[in-house]
Design a protein around this ligand. Structure first.
Ligand SMILES: NC(=O)c1ccc[n+]([C@@H]2O[C@H](COP(=O)([O-])OP(=O)(O)OC[C@H]3O[C@@H](n4cnc5c(N)ncnc54)[C@H](OP(=O)(O)O)[C@@H]3O)[C@@H](O)[C@H]2O)c1
Length: 188
């Protein structure tokens, strides 16, 4: 199964502020939609609340320990919105309808999914924003021998504002050898 992470972070790994994205960039939304449309996405309760409603055209799986605390209407139908109370349950739900799933935040969801992710779609903004939520430090998860860079494109977006630059990357986890698989299993 393809387990993908989709994240945009700034130069200091910032991903959010006060429950929302610190930036509004049309290109990130289009990239997000192009990758996830028709595929299940898994997100934490706070990220779902920031959206305010399920994203159309894909199954939204929301992780929460307390479904009754969700602030928004749950009456969307289960092809659009399902609630999971554990990471494993969220993956099980996704697997029923697809062999691909996208973890779309926030911080604790990314930290957990990095253990299993086969693909990471990264936008790294070459700027810093005021943030209170962060992507896990690369020192904790990125081992160059474990990841292959399938694509890396530097993008300038003069429409957004002068010198707005980001790097759009697709990382793929390399196939682990048998002894590495055993090692990874005990590391969890
Ligand atoms: N830049 C990006 O790419 C990006 C992407 C997504 C989000 N964001 C930003 O990140 C911020 C939100 O992230 P966040 O880290 O604060 O919150 P979050 O991950 O969206 O949600 C956290 C909540 O998810 C639930 N949860 C997480 N893991 C769980 C598990 N294993 N089992 C059951 N429930 C689980 C818990 O809900 P309960 O408390 O209900 O139990 C937890 O409080 C916002 O600012 C958002 O805009 C940025």
């Amino acid at each position: 199964m393809k387990i993908a992470i989709l994240v945009t972070h700034d130069y200091c790994l910032g991903i959010g502020k006060d429950g929302h994205l610190p930036w509004q960039v049309k290109e990130f939304t289009e990239h997000f939609d192009a990758l996830t449309y028709g595929r299940p996405i898994i997100m934490g309760r706070r990220t779902y609340e920031a959206y305010g409603a399920p994203l159309r055209g894909r199954l939204n799986i929301v992780l929460t320990s307390d479904p009754s605390s969700l602030k928004y209407d749950l009456d969307y139908g289960e092809e659009l919105l399902q609630i999971a109370s554990s990471y494993e349950e969220a993956i099980r739900i996704a697997k029923k309808s697809s062999n691909e799933v996208f973890f779309v935040g926030g911080a604790s969801i990314f930290a957990r999914a990095l253990k299993d992710a086969t693909d990471i779609y990264l936008n790294i903004i070459w700027d810093t924003y005021e943030c209170d939520t962060y992507f896990p430090d690369y020192k904790e998860w990125f081992k160059p021998k474990r990841w292959e860079t399938l694509s890396s494109i530097e993008v300038e977006d003069p429409e957004y504002y002068d010198e707005f630059k980001y790097v759009k990357m697709h990382l793929k986890r390399k196939e682990e050898k048998f002894y590495q698989k055993i090692f990874s299993f005990f590391r969890r």
